[in-house]
Write a protein that binds this ligand. Structure first.
Ligand SMILES: *Cc1c(COP(=O)(O)O)cnc(C)c1O
Length: 433
């Protein structure tokens, strides 16, 4: 398998090049050159497979020539080592829980896979490599945990100061060793811009080997396909032959892009719904045909506070960059802050299920558009403990119970490292490592 950039030049690279470059020379994203359709034998058996077995089958065509089957087998066993259950909430609405990993967010899947992929593929073990990434909350923790104490790799995570939950901040800043989490005095888009600037700075890249672990990285995108197979298998065990509707809480649109790629591999899915908060660039595009990035708006679902979704070009590319094609299989719902907390309250009171603010958009997005004769699941992208400050607003007793069971706040006395929104400051930091 080769990978191509989706810009004008269609730069063709190996998996290894794609993973370590992050972006093509002209700054565009990489995609697999072709998406293989899995054969009938796989689809007749995948309902009975374990997660690592599914992962091995789904990912092998993408990595086999560079990684080999045995290496992949080892990596998927380490990556998919926590449960991903499908839980019925009520009627035809189910949830695929992706928060049982070490940092309680779906990003653990991509980050764990990527870290192990990189350490297997890294060509130059002598030279120090820096993972540079921006986070609106969950990426940082997942990446930090994924790479913690991996020899020869330093990790620099930029996050917007004061804009992520204390629990998330603690997950990144408490690790130490090779993990450098830096609070940037700005918003997420500032962090993302600084990272892009570093990648586009040849004078920096001459001296240090930097690479991205953001959701633009192929090594994160690919493994995210796997759990959609697992979710569809679980729903089809209850309702054979059903093509479910899938709703994904979306920010940078990487997770939902992986879902669409899974369907191109032959996974039966009826249609896709992206749930967003009021950062509604994509829903607006679907409505008006105009793609207009805007400044980030802060919401309760802050891991989805993205004003210029970095993975959207990939998604659009899968639909031949044609709006009408996209609209056939794909819709979007915008969920306001008020709806987010009302839904958390209502679903808990009526169905005894506690949603985090991101999963709340997923639930409501699915509920609002699911027809009676359809069945579907949404992705629960984070555990409610990570956003307990929001839960507290509507369910104070539940929030207390959560905090007690997670020994919340313990060990958060770390000295925080701060940085202004300045490329020069970032560059100095990177060179000093
Ligand atoms: C990152 C994240 C999202 C958004 O995922 P994308 O792939 O960026 O669309 C949603 N919810 C949570 C909790 C996240 O951490």
């Amino acid at each position: 398998m080769k990978y191509i950039s989706i810009g004008q030049k269609r730069q063709r690279v190996t998996l290894s090049e794609g993973v370590f470059k992050g972006l093509s020379d002209e700054g565009t994203l990489f995609m697999p050159e072709a998406i293989p359709v899995l054969d009938k034998t796989f689809y007749s058996r995948f309902h009975d497979m374990s997660l690592p077995e599914i992962a091995l089958n789904v990912l092998l065509p993408y990595v086999e020539n560079e990684l080999g089957r045995e290496n992949l087998k080892k990596i998927v066993e380490e990556t998919f080592s926590f449960p991903i259950p499908l839980v019925k909430i009520h009627d035809n609405i189910n949830v695929l829980e992706l928060f049982h990993g070490p940092t309680q967010a779906f990003k653990d899947v991509g980050a764990r896979f990527l870290s192990r992929l990189m350490s297997k593929l890294y060509p130059n073990q002598g030279k120090k490599m820096i993972i540079l990434t921006a986070t609106s909350g969950d990426t940082g923790g997942a990446v930090a945990h994924g790479f913690h104490r991996v020899p020869g790799i330093e990790v620099v995570v930029l996050y917007p100061q004061g804009k992520i939950s204390p629990y998330q901040e603690n997950q990144m800043t408490s690790l130490g060793h090779n993990i450098h989490a830096i609070a940037v005095e700005g918003v997420f888009d500032d962090c993302q811009r600084l990272v892009k600037q570093a990648f586009n700075d040849p004078s920096l890249r001459k001296d240090v080997s930097i690479t991205s672990a953001n959701s633009i990285n192929l090594g994160r995108l690919l493994p995210q396909m796997v759990y959609y197979f697992f979710g569809v298998a679980a729903i089809q065990r209850k309702f054979p032959n059903l093509k479910p509707v899938i709703c994904v809480p979306s920010g940078n649109f990487g997770n939902i892009t992986a879902a669409v790629m899974a369907s191109r591999m032959g996974l039966p899915v009826n249609r896709f719904i992206a749930a967003t908060n009021v950062n509604d660039v994509v829903p607006r595009f679907l409505r008006t045909g105009r793609y207009e990035p805007h400044k980030t708006i802060e919401t309760y679902a802050n891991a989805m506070d993205v004003g210029d979704p970095s993975n959207f070009p990939r998604l659009f590319y899968l639909f031949k960059n044609e709006l009408e094609e996209l609209r056939k299989m794909f819709s979007a719902k915008v969920i306001t802050n008020e709806e987010i907390i009302k839904t958390i309250q209502m679903v808990f009171q009526q169905h005894h299920y506690l949603l985090d603010p991101h999963s709340s958009t997923g639930y409501l997005g699915l509920k609002q558009s699911l027809q009676k004769d359809e069945n579907g699941f949404f992705i629960s992208t984070a555990h409610p403990i990570k956003f307990v400050e929001i839960i507290e607003k509507v369910l104070p007793q539940e929030a207390d119970r959560l905090k007690k069971s997670f020994s919340y706040g313990v060990g958060s006395s770390t000295q925080l490292e701060k940085m202004p929104v300045s490329y020069k400051a970032l560059k100095n930091k990177l060179i000093s490592l």
